[in-house]
Design a binder for this molecule. Structure first.
Ligand code: SF4
Length: 170
């Protein structure tokens, strides 16, 4: 795809993402990132999303340092066993409904295979909702993965409302 074609595709995905975030969440969606030991290139692609060219904030998506304010956990790097505790504590601190998105080939087990130090895939530690493949994934792939994740979160919100309705007899 040419650079211009990629820009057009990114604009279309961004417009859908903004519409979905506003329709489903009314205001904004907050993202906590964890780097378990990436080579920093996936992180750099994520940072590009917040830069003026993609301007993730205009879509209603923000990065937060606190897991207690996060709707979505974005993980880069291999599933290193030494990170189990930090990942589990972060996930448990996030309010429901919550999502986990794994970025790049590393958390898929595509760069470091299972051994004494690495799980292989992040799914062994956390319930991953969306994997965004690539080494690194492009900003367009990241936007598409976030759009998919927002759809999954909408399903979870629906499930929770439905379950509460049943309990309340509505
Ligand atoms: S997936 Fe590739 S670019 Fe991303 S952290 Fe791993 S090695 Fe680096």
């Amino acid at each position: 795809m040419t650079a211009r074609g990629e820009d057009r595709a990114a604009d279309q995905v961004a417009a859908k993402l903004r519409e979905q975030v506003q329709r489903l969440f009314g205001r904004s969606l907050h993202i906590r990132t964890i780097d378990t030991g990436s080579c920093a290139v996936c992180e750099s692609e994520i940072r590009l999303l917040a830069a003026p060219h993609y301007d993730l904030h205009r879509l209603g998506l923000f990065f937060t340092p606190s897991p207690r304010h996060a709707d979505l956990l974005l993980v880069t790097g291999p599933a290193i066993r030494a990170f189990d505790n930090a990942l589990e504590k972060t996930y448990l601190a996030m309010p429901e409904p919550k999502l986990v998105v794994a970025v790049g080939a590393c958390p898929l087990g595509g760069v470091y295979h299972e051994d004494a130090f690495v799980h292989g895939t992040l799914e062994r530690v956390l319930p991953v909702d969306v994997f965004i493949p690539g080494c690194p994934p492009s900003p367009l792939a990241l936007l598409q993965g976030l759009l998919l994740a927002v759809g999954r979160l909408a399903e979870k919100v629906g499930e929770i409302s439905f379950a509460e309705g049943e309990v309340c007899g509505r």
